[in-house]
Design a protein around this ligand. Structure first.
Ligand code: C2E
Ligand code: SIN
Ligand code: SIN
Ligand code: FE
Ligand code: FE
Length: 364
């Protein structure tokens, strides 16, 4: 795994190390991100001895009343002794107990007033979060909140700017925002399936998901008569069309400069998504003919997600395929265009794919 992909995690690990200098029993800090659009809370970053207890996990906030209460009360929740209270039955509760943690402190994370997640501090002894310790932990929680806002806010700004650009361009006639929603959700499904074998941490999966909708941003630079052509492209037109990848990388560099995005730690993920989503696993793709592991996991994952949605959607140049036909195509091209692990991961989630299709329908 490329260490550059996880620098927000590394900063959290470092903060944890510092905090342990005077709070030695504090064995775990975990951050979960909240997405208000689907009420989902997802594991994001965890610092604990021996690696994360808990990853690639999501739960509806509505199903965790105790956390919902933390979110609305705006006050930290301290659990003095986990053994003294009944088990809640959630996976989180079970794993924390099994790992031997006795007390915990949980705080909501916000951007302005909006809930963006939670931070969990866990200690191996009961009654650890006395008022003095709680006050120190609060300082670190605020710091973590600030780090997270600094990392996420520019991404929201960027996505907002890109959505505006799409809305005002002819590009929207070729590909809809529903396509972007679907393909980024497919990319998350694939990532969850290959997370173990490709050693993808949650932070990296989250940023890939955030950036997936930008994969074709370079199409903004492709002339309408090619982008919106109702029939097949000739060789010259294909050549122009393929330029959407290098154009996309150029657009990113401009945006990075204009929005001061170089403070984002995960730009490598954005560059991989844009630059490698048309590389083929067997080396026959473009623009660089990379093969196998030379293509980043993000490139391989987004590739499968993009083609799945392109096939099952109507385009100016083609009708929509059925899901059966699209899955058959992915299986046929496994090992050629696609990393077999990514194909296997998406084929295993047919029900989830169907649910995403039902949820994000093209409105036009
Ligand atoms: P896109 O429409 O988003 O398609 C993304 C990728 O999905 C394509 O990458 C290709 O790998 C796959 N795909 C889409 N439709 C089909 C299909 O009918 N059959 C098969 N076997 N695969 C399909 P590719 O080929 O590199 O194309 C990149 C982009 O170029 C496409 O993005 C689309 O915007 C444009 N394009 C490709 N072929 C045509 C065409 O025949 N006519 C027009 N007007 N545009 C095309
Ligand atoms: C955790 O990582 O501690 C959290 C999440 C949850 O309660 O779902
Ligand atoms: C974009 O965000 O520029 C677009 C992409 C797409 O249709 O895939
Ligand atoms: Fe593309
Ligand atoms: Fe696309």
């Amino acid at each position: 795994m490329t260490p550059d992909f996880v620098s927000l995690s590394r900063r959290i690990f470092k903060l944890h190390g510092e905090l342990r200098g005077f709070c030695s029993e504090l064995g775990r800090i975990a951050i979960a991100l909240y997405d208000e659009r689907d009420d989902l809370l997802r594991t994001f970053i965890e610092s604990s001895d021996g690696g994360p207890l808990f990853s690639h996990y999501e739960v509806h906030l509505a199903e965790v009343p105790s956390l919902r209460a933390v979110a609305v009360s705006d006050r930290p929740r301290v659990i003095e002794d986990l053994q003294a209270i009944p088990e809640t039955g959630t996976m989180h509760d079970r794993l924390i107990r099994e790992a031997g943690f006795r007390s915990s402190m949980t705080l909501p994370l916000r951007s302005r007033r909006r809930l963006i997640g939670f931070v969990f501090f866990d200690a191996a002894v009961a009654g650890y979060f006395d008022p003095g310790t709680a006050a120190r932990v609060m300082v670190y929680a605020r710091l973590i909140n600030a780090l997270l806002v600094a990392e996420l806010a520019p991404i929201h700004t960027l996505r907002g700017a890109v959505n505006t650009a799409i809305a005002f361009s002819r590009f929207k006639d070729a590909e809809t925002s529903a396509h972007l929603e679907r393909m980024s959700h497919y990319a998350r499904l694939v990532a969850e399936g290959v997370a173990e074998s490709m050693e993808l941490v949650d932070e990296r999966i989250e940023f890939m998901y955030q950036f997936a909708p930008l994969h074709d941003i370079g199409k903004l630079a492709i002339p309408d008569h090619i982008l919106l052509k109702p029939g097949s492209l000739d060789a010259d037109e294909i050549e122009v069309m393929r330029q959407h990848v290098p154009r996309g990388l150029e657009v990113i560099e401009v945006l990075v400069e204009q929005f001061d995005l170089d403070i984002i730690d995960n730009l490598d993920v954005l560059r991989a998504v844009v630059g490698e989503h048309h590389e083929n696993f067997d080396g026959s793709g473009y623009p660089n003919g990379l093969a196998g592991e030379a293509i980043t996991p993000e490139g391989r994952i987004v590739k499968v997600a993009d083609v799945l949605d392109a096939l099952t959607s109507a385009r100016p140049y083609k009708r929509a395929w059925t899901l059966d036909d699209a899955f058959a195509h992915l299986a046929r091209e496994s090992g050629r265009q696609f990393d077999p692990r990514c194909v296997e991961a998406i084929l295993a989630r047919r029900d989830a794919v169907t649910a995403i299709q039902d949820r994000y329908r093209d409105s036009c």
